[in-house]
Design a binder for this molecule. Structure first.
Ligand SMILES: [Zn+2]
Length: 156
């Protein structure tokens, strides 16, 4: 069983990740943003957050913008499912991921872990969940954790 502090960290991290993904998804519906790298030979790589989706494109040459972060015209349509388009003759690779997918996955994982990693009752070892009623040694018999007893009254 994981340490309670580690479990709390994992739970909070996943909750924050879900909130961040949900926020990004929501903002990207209204405001499209893209980052584009243009190399010396003109070969271009784009990361675009737009219309609730993430697009990763590799193009043989830059269509319009120069290197940098920029508002993106919302003309990029993101399909509701992940797609990968390749055109080897024109060396184009386009990957589209709708953001609702990682968002929902992260929210489901968050709910599962919050339910699973509930704190143990105060009469149990907070490290392993072992029932400590009647424990006099102040050390958990199961995992050896020393017990700070706020539950002194409850153990009698
Ligand atoms: Zn224990």
């Amino acid at each position: 069983m994981t340490h309670p502090r580690k479990r709390r960290f994992i739970k909070c991290f996943l909750a924050a990740l879900s909130a961040l993904l949900l926020g990004t998804c929501w903002v990207s519906v209204e405001y499209g943003y893209g980052y584009q790298w243009v190399r010396a030979n003109g070969k271009t790589f784009q990361v675009i957050l737009c219309r609730g989706g993430l697009a990763l494109n590799s193009l043989p040459r830059a269509p319009c913008h120069t290197t940098g972060l920029d508002r993106w015209p919302s003309g990029v349509a993101i399909p509701p499912w992940p797609t990968l388009d390749t055109d080897s003759s024109r060396s184009i690779v386009a990957f589209h991921l709708p953001l609702w997918m990682p968002c929902v996955a992260s929210m489901i994982l968050t709910v599962i872990l919050w339910r699973r990693f509930r704190p143990f009752p105060s009469t149990h070892c907070q490290s392993c969940g072992y029932n400590l009623r009647g424990n006099e040694s102040g050390i958990c018999a199961e995992c050896g954790t020393s017990i700070a007893w706020p539950a002194t009254a409850e153990r009698l």
